[in-house]
Design a protein around this ligand. Structure first.
Ligand code: BG6
Length: 479
């Protein structure tokens, strides 16, 4: 299909991953344990992790742990990077595992073996002309900081993160041009365990803990942004948020108002602080009504103001439809948020509603509000793939999903949005964050690994691999 949108010549086409979902080697190179290492496989994993009293220990009698081996990128990165290069990637989004660099999170000196591993990965990427796009923290907080400090509830964690961020920004200042601080920082509002490193205990005041934890992350992120600008003025560092436009279920003003409020909180609260460098006006009333007393130390607001990000990285999988009052049956499933089912949309096998136009809406909303460049750093379809007798995977459903979203993003560019690039999620099959399944596949590259732990880990090209290669080669014209 021919697309009429002209994508900028320097558009950053690529794919996205995270260390804990692909590296494996969970004990190698002196790496310490992180949250993903204690996440059991299976659909209930996030519920188990968030259970009050969960002890963050590994219990192999009870559970399996797919993230321990993941897809073994730790040993196979050369082969994988060669495949990305074959597709023509300009960029590759990955994250650094905090516990490879500071195994316990609170050491004074970084772990050289961990630093050397990422040197090798970045060098290999550059050998193929691929620029790394690096998330400093992607759902992989050191377990020691979770157990001993209560995760981001503790202000001390700012110091540990600052030390970690400085170590990687210093070390890789000549190798990495694109950075992001915290993956999907706003996920803390709904699922604090993955990004803030604590779960809400019975009787605990949810928003007091969450808003305070986020405040600590805002300060930590701002410090990293400032430091990044200092060590390499050419580098660009962004925030990373999950963005889902929120539609009202109908024109009842109650529902419109509710949807609007949800959107402001979920989509804008974190973005406003990190992009504009100040809490939004609506935060005051929200925090007051929730009975939150935020502890803001002297200098924090100046730090936040000085540490404004250069661009907004965001993930887009779906929109959300909301209603002030909803029954259990009306509820939809989704990436952390659950509104009500939208009668106009089809959903993936995991219940995530598919809405390419929502991406255009999201991009326009964000650009209108912030006027800084956007970068789509996650988007994709988690689906069951079937390997045919001849070894091929004919994933036309994935091609259709991506085609429609790329078209929508092209329309948003025509609308006037400044978009830096697009990295589709899970460009190589990896472990699902929410379910720990291998069978929820996003990749252009098939990995022979299965939910029961079997598989050779061999890589092969799906139909979408050849399609995406064409998309990149034609700069989005040949969809
Ligand atoms: C995003 C996360 O929320 O969605 C990724 O940043 C995650 O880590 C992706 O993998 C897709 O979600 P899932 O649960 O299908 O893996």
């Amino acid at each position: 299909m021919t697309n009429t949108t002209v994508f900028p010549k320097d558009f950053l086409w690529g794919g996205a991953t995270a260390a804990n979902q692909m590296e494996g080697g969970f004990h190698e190179g002196n790496k310490g344990l992180n949250i993903a290492d204690v996440l059991p496989g299976g659909k209930q994993r996030l519920r188990i992790l968030a259970e009050p009293g969960f002890n963050f220990d590994i219990d192999t009698d009870k559970y399996t742990y797919p993230n321990h081996e993941a897809i073994d990128f730790y040993h196979r990165y050369k082969e994988d990077i060669a495949l990305f290069a074959e597709m023509g990637f300009k960029v590759f989004r990955m994250s650094i595992a905090w516990t490879r660099i500071f195994p316990q999170g609170n050491e004074l000196e970084p772990n050289e073996e961990g630093l050397a591993f990422y040197d090798r990965v970045f060098d290999e990427l550059h050998k193929h002309g691929i620029e790394p796009v690096v998330t400093i923290s992607h759902y992989e907080m050191p377990v020691n900081l979770v157990k001993e400090y209560g995760g981001w509830k503790s202000r001390e964690v700012i110091t540990f993160f600052e030390r970690y961020a400085k170590a990687v920004l210093d070390r890789y200042k000549d190798k990495v041009k694109y950075w992001m601080t915290f993956n999907e920082i706003n996920s803390g509002l709904v699922m604090p365990i993955m990004s803030l490193g604590f779960s809400i205990q019975p009787g605990e005041h949810k928003y007091q803990s969450v808003a305070q934890g986020l405040h600590h992350q805002f300060v930590a992120s701002a410090k990293a942004v400032e430091y990044c600008h200092e060590v390499n003025p050419e580098a660009q560092i962004g925030c990373m948020i999950i963005y889902a436009p929120v539609y009202a279920f109908d024109s009842n003003p109650e529902n419109v108002f509710y949807a609007n409020q949800e959107a402001r909180l979920f989509n804008n609260y974190c973005g406003d602080v990190m992009v504009r460098g100040a809490y939004p006006a609506f935060a005051k009333r929200f925090l007051k009504e929730q009975g939150v007393e935020l502890e803001i130390e002297e200098g924090d607001l100046e730090t936040i103001q000085k540490g404004k990000v250069d661009y907004i990285g965001f993930s887009y999988y779906m929109s959300r439809t909301e209603k002030a009052e909803k029954t259990e049956e009306e509820k939809a499933q989704g990436n952390m948020m659950s509104g009500v089912k939208n009668p106009f949309l089809q959903a993936s096998d995991w219940g995530w509603e598919i809405d390419p136009l929502g991406l255009r809406i999201a991009m326009n909303d964000m650009y209108d509000r912030y006027q800084v460049p956007l970068f789509i750093v996650e988007n994709g379809l988690g689906a069951y793939d079937k390997v045919e007798a001849d070894g091929s995977v004919n994933d036309d459903y994935r091609i259709e999903y991506l085609r429609n979203h790329i078209q929508a993003m092209g329309e948003a560019i025509e609308d006037g949005v400044d978009l830096m690039g697009y990295t589709s999620w899970g460009c190589i099959d990896l472990v699902s964050a929410s379910t720990g399944e291998y069978s929820k596949r996003y990749g252009f590259i098939y990995v022979d690994k299965h939910d029961d732990g079997s598989g050779t880990l061999e890589r092969s090209r799906k139909k979408s691999f050849h399609w995406y290669k064409k998309v990149i080669a034609s700069d989005g014209a040949d969809l």
